[in-house]
Write a new protein. Structure first.
Length: 129
């Protein structure tokens, strides 16, 4: 007499059950500790030593250059103008290209500066550092 289909399914179902149980145990062991560690890391306070200071340096653009008179007209868009006789530096492409000295006159957000050294072009960036 041929074996019944139920008897053939019994070893297969036991094998499936064993594999499923081992998979659940593996998942629990590997993922629960990871989850526990990440939840602790998120809840732990983080000591920050970052210091934030405002940038109060002057910044402007060269509007006009008079090569014969060796002076430039600087525009300070934020309205903060430098002091008379203050030395500023012109940058082109991130490199220092000239030094200027503020001499005036002033009109609105623009002021005149003499070229002390270097070469100035319209569009150069002006900074006090």
């Amino acid at each position: 007499m041929p074996p019944s289909p139920m008897k053939n399914l019994l070893p297969v179902s036991l094998l499936v059950l064993a594999l499923a149980a081992s998979g659940c145990a593996w998942t629990e062991r590997h993922f629960s500790s990871h989850h526990h560690a990440t939840s602790q890391a998120k809840s732990a306070p983080v000591a920050s030593k970052t210091i934030v200071t405002p940038d109060d340096s002057l910044a402007a653009k060269v509007v006009t250059v008079n090569a014969v008179g060796r002076f430039v007209v600087l525009n300070f868009p934020d309205g903060r103008l430098p002091k008379l006789d203050q030395h500023l530096f012109l940058y082109r492409g991130g490199l220092k290209s000239a030094e200027v000295q503020v001499v005036g006159p002033q009109q609105d957000t623009s002021i005149v500066a003499d070229i002390v050294s270097g070469d100035a072009q319209a569009g150069d960036t002006v900074r006090d550092q």
